[in-house]
Structures are given as C-alpha cells and as structure tokens.
Design a protein around this ligand. Structure first.
Ligand SMILES: Cc1ncc(COP(=O)(O)O)c(C=O)c1O
Length: 361
C-alpha cells in the first residue's frame, strides 16, 4: 500500500509508508496500551465527516490544539480519580491554572487567594492585575479574613489543599461553604495532596487542578496540568485553552497516564516516608517545629542553630522534606538532594514567605 511505480525520492520520503493497512489501523485485537498519537492533524474521507466532528454530531479529532486521544485518556483518568464530570489536559500546571482563571473570570473582577500559594500562581495572579483582575491575599486558615475578602466582592477563592511552600492544610468544606454563601467559585490546587489524599470536589470545591508534572506524573519526565470540574465549566476552559493554546504534547499526556498507574502505591509509600522523617526530626534538638501533611514534611530549625547553615544558604532556617522532594524534583520516585532552591523567590514578589527555605528530598 506504500510506494507506487514512478514515484521519485521526494514523493517516496513523504508517502512511502502509505496510509497503512487495515490490520495496522483497526483489527479485532487492539493495543493493550494506548498508542501515542504523535500527530497534529487528522485527515477525513470527505467534508461531511469533518463537519460532523467539527459541529459535535460525531466523535473524532481534528487538530492537536483542539485535543488528541492521549489528552482524552489523561482527562478521563484524572476526572475519574477526582470524581469530576469532565477534565481538560494542558501543557503545564500553570496552563491549567490560567485556563481555570480565564474561564471563571470575566471583565476583571476580584479574586481571593491564599497568601502562600505556589509562586507561579502568585505571579499569574499578579500578571492578571494588568487585565483588571485584583487579588486579595488571605490567610486561608483564618475564616474571618477569607469571609472579609469574599464580602469585598471576590468572585473566586483559590487555595491549595496542602500549600506550597508552607504545608498548610486547607479546611475545604468550610472554605466551600463560605465561598458559596458569597456566591463565589472555589478553585483548588490539589497538586500536593492528589486524589489519593483528598478529593476537593467531594468537599464542595467547584473545580480542581493539578500540576501533573509532580505526583500525578511521578517521574520528573513530563510537564502537564489537568483541570477537573463540571462539564459546562470544562467546556468554557477548553474554549479558552483552544484560543490561548497551552496545548499538551501527546507524548507527555501518554507519560502522565502511565505514571498515574502507580499513583496510589507511590503516595502511600511517600506518606509513610514523610511521617518517618517528620517523627524523627520532631525529636531532634536542633529542630524548632515540624509540619507534615500527607507526603510533605517541613521543618524549622531553632533560631540559635540556623547560623551554622549560613555557609550553605544565607539566612537559612527552614527545610522542606519529602520522599520525592519538594519544589523542582517534587513528586518524583527518585530520592534527590537538590541544592537550595529559589524557584519561589524567582517568581514571587513577596519574598518573605520563603526567604529562609531549603528544598531537600
Ligand atoms: C502546587 C503547585 N501548583 C502549580 C504548579 C505549576 O505547575 P507546572 O510547573 O506544571 O506549570 C506547581 C509547580 O511547582 C506547584 O507546585
């Protein structure tokens, strides 16, 4: 079915493989693992079939930015884990965050966000300030602050289930109740907890997203994000994503689906290890405080002992620990000890939260 007599080298190099036989495409047997659909565009036998897919009367794929089968598989998997109606796969966690915010907000508006969200999220909200979106930063653990921000007219409340970098755990049912009383939308970053530890939609969140680059993927070999919510919300977010273009590559989508197959096992082991570390460190004389939530543990050194580490990193007092590491190599199966990490400082205007932190794994 490939080359035809008379084709020159150029034609052969393009068309030599041919369209493939029926056995290659569709047979009574199917691949056990979904293939990687490494294509950016689909062909149709006629215009009517293209129109049918375009107007949604037939299922199918048209163009990579609109969605590919590997996206669908990842979306289905994360939606099932989070217990959501629908999901949208994006090129990164930040892509998913941006799609969520742009779908939920319009005409400027006010957002209430936890002060200790991931630095990239902080930066994105600052960036949205140029488009009239004002952010009121709150301590999500203080309901009076959250309620005051909502009373000021915030239409969206954004929190992390377990915060990065301070490892604070959000009281999602209380936050959802407060948001809904004020007619606001609760958006939750569930990257650190994953659905193995917490399913925010079942606790009242309106939408939830992940940096799948971290625990969902689990091997530090992909960059991806996934947003989960109601079908109408995801339809809006997908329209935003199709227009702004944070499109996930099919290979990364495939890797994420593969990585997620061991999510539950990894999270159980990571949590056990974090607890062992936290328990050990809590008894250590040089440790002033330990915070541990799920898979992440953070410690603060007693002030008098912080000094000797200053050669390592100026003004260093606080460590973050996890079996898979926090920040850069966070959520990985590999045990890593990165140098002290400044990702947060790079991105965040308010340096105060993280100036004395170190990422260990
Ligand atoms: C909690 C959290 N949310 C979102 C992100 C952004 O994800 P990505 O780096 O995949 O864009 C990160 C990245 O570290 C994160 O830690």
């Amino acid at each position: 079915m490939g080359a035809e007599p008379g084709w020159g080298l150029s034609t052969l190099s393009v068309h030599g493989a041919g369209p493939g036989t029926d056995a290659e495409r569709l047979t009574p047997s199917t691949p056990t693992v979904q293939p990687i659909y490494q294509t950016s565009v689909y062909s149709f036998p006629d215009l009517a079939s293209l129109d049918a897919v375009q107007d949604g009367t037939a299922e199918g794929y048209i163009y990579g930015r609109y969605g590919l089968p590997n996206h669908t598989a990842l979306e289905r998997a994360v939606a099932a884990l989070e217990g959501g109606e629908a999901a949208l796969a994006c090129a990164s966690g930040m892509g998913a965050t941006a799609a969520a915010l742009l779908a939920a907000l319009s005409g400027g508006g006010k957002v209430a966000a936890a002060r200790d969200v991931y630095g990239g999220t902080y930066g994105l909200l600052e960036e949205l300030g140029r488009f009239g979106v004002k952010t009121v930063w709150v301590d999500a653990g203080r309901m009076s602050e959250v309620e005051a921000a909502l009373a000021e007219g915030c239409r969206l409340l954004l929190v992390e289930t377990i915060s990065n970098p301070l490892v604070k755990v959000a009281d999602l049912p209380a936050l959802a109740a407060a948001a809904h009383r004020a007619g606001a939308f609760l958006l939750v970053d569930n990257t650190f907890a994953t659905p193995c530890l917490c399913r925010p939609l079942s606790l009242g969140a309106d939408a939830v997203y992940h940096s799948a680059t971290k625990f969902l993927g689990g091997h530090s070999d992909l960059t991806a994000g996934v947003l989960v919510g109601t079908a109408p919300f995801i339809r809006d977010a997908r329209r935003v994503a199709m227009r702004f273009g944070p499109t996930l590559g099919p290979h990364d989508a495939w890797l994420a689906v593969r990585g997620m197959k061991t999510l539950d096992l990894r999270m159980a082991r990571t949590g056990e290890n974090a607890l062992v570390l936290a328990t050990f460190l809590a008894k250590h004389p040089k440790v002033a405080a330990v915070r541990q939530a799920g898979t992440i543990a953070a410690i603060e050194l007693a002030a008098s002992d912080a000094g000797y580490l200053s050669a390592l990193a100026p003004r260093l007092k606080r460590f973050y620990l996890s079996r898979g590491a926090l920040l850069r190599p966070l959520g990985n199966v590999v045990y890593l000890l990165p140098p002290y990490c400044s990702t947060e400082a790079d991105l965040r205007g308010t340096y105060d939260l993280i100036e004395e932190s170190l990422a260990l794994a």
